[in-house]
Ligand binder design. Structure first.
Ligand code: AMP
Length: 283
């Protein structure tokens, strides 16, 4: 596996591969890799001639400086994991390389980036859109792989591609979970043993919500989820929303065939965990 830090080296490698008519799959990450990331890489390997992964902790998508400071970093083991998953090139730029000058672009995604994560993390999705657009410009991938774990992010990226008329195909991949149901996340390693023991309650409540639908009302489902999680002294629901699976606008009375997504953010001490389930649809 090749490791590059400079965009000009990446561009030149990409243009060589494009001349050879190779299809390129791309997996952007912030490192501290786990099986969830590797699942995206393996899917990309199975669908493309070559796979590029980026490891870049993007400062402009963090709305809290302490969250950026505490974000786990493990470059050496990340590179080993990428290589064994079949990645061909790891792009690991520094902040100056990605942002030689301050970014001023403000994307307009309508309500898509204003609700849920957008409401609680102002500026987060603009930072995500800026970095992903830059990376797409460097890598020019045929396909790019994103996890359903970050469901709202996946919808924002799809909107970005549409808005900017990009040719990349966005592939959404199912959430990979620990055996007790907790969605894998780089942040899980920051949980205390007590918080880690309680954290599976999040998916348990979401899974129960899925089985209650459509017999129970959305209000009943919401009350159950919030109650079951907040009974734990280690967990506190920041938001739980049941929304239209495409627009992400909150739904109170679902239409007959309306696809819904239930999204949650939970604070376990100062570790913020997000998860979601779709009602009645699979990715
Ligand atoms: P991150 O490094 O957290 O920015 O994540 C990089 C990519 O991996 C994003 O597309 C995430 O949605 C995806 N991802 C993170 N955790 C999981 C997971 N548990 N299952 C599937 N995809 C994931």
């Amino acid at each position: 596996m090749i490791k590059l830090e400079k965009t000009k080296d990446l561009r030149s490698w990409i243009s060589d591969q494009k001349m050879r008519a190779c299809s390129i799959g791309f997996v952007p990450t912030m490192g501290a890799l786990h099986e969830g990331h590797l699942d995206l890489v393996k899917r990309a390997v199975s669908e493309n001639d070559l796979v590029v992964c980026s490891i870049f902790v993007n400062p402009i998508q963090f709305n809290k400086p302490e969250d950026l400071k505490k974000y786990p970093r493990s470059l050496e083991s990340d590179l080993e994991m990428l290589e064994s998953a079949g990645c061909d090139l790891a792009f690991c730029p520094g902040v100056k390389e990605m942002y030689p000058k301050p970014e001023k672009i403000v994307y307009d995604f309508g309500m898509l980036d204003k609700v849920m994560e957008g409401e609680h993390r102002p500026g987060h999705f603009n930072g995500v859109a800026i970095v992903v657009k830059k990376l797409f410009d460097f890598v020019e991938p045929h396909r790019a792989y994103f996890g359903q774990k970050d469901y709202q992010q996946l919808q924002v990226i799809k909107a970005l591609v549409k808005k900017e008329n990009l040719e990349v195909e966005i592939v959404g991949c199912p959430t990979v979970r620990e055996s007790d149901g907790l969605a894998m996340s780089s942040r899980n390693q920051r949980l205390t043993p007590e918080q880690r023991r309680e954290a599976p309650k999040i998916f348990r409540a979401l899974d129960k919500a899925r089985t209650m639908y459509p017999e129970a009302s959305l209000d009943e489902i919401k009350a159950m989820v919030i109650d079951e999680i907040n009974t734990s002294p280690h967990l506190e629901v920041e938001y739980f929303e049941i929304s239209d699976a495409e627009t992400l606008l909150p739904v109170t009375r679902p239409g007959k065939n309306q696809k819904l997504v239930a999204c949650i953010a939970v604070n376990a001490g100062n570790v913020r965990l997000i998860d979601n389930v779709l009602f009645g649809v699979c990715l």
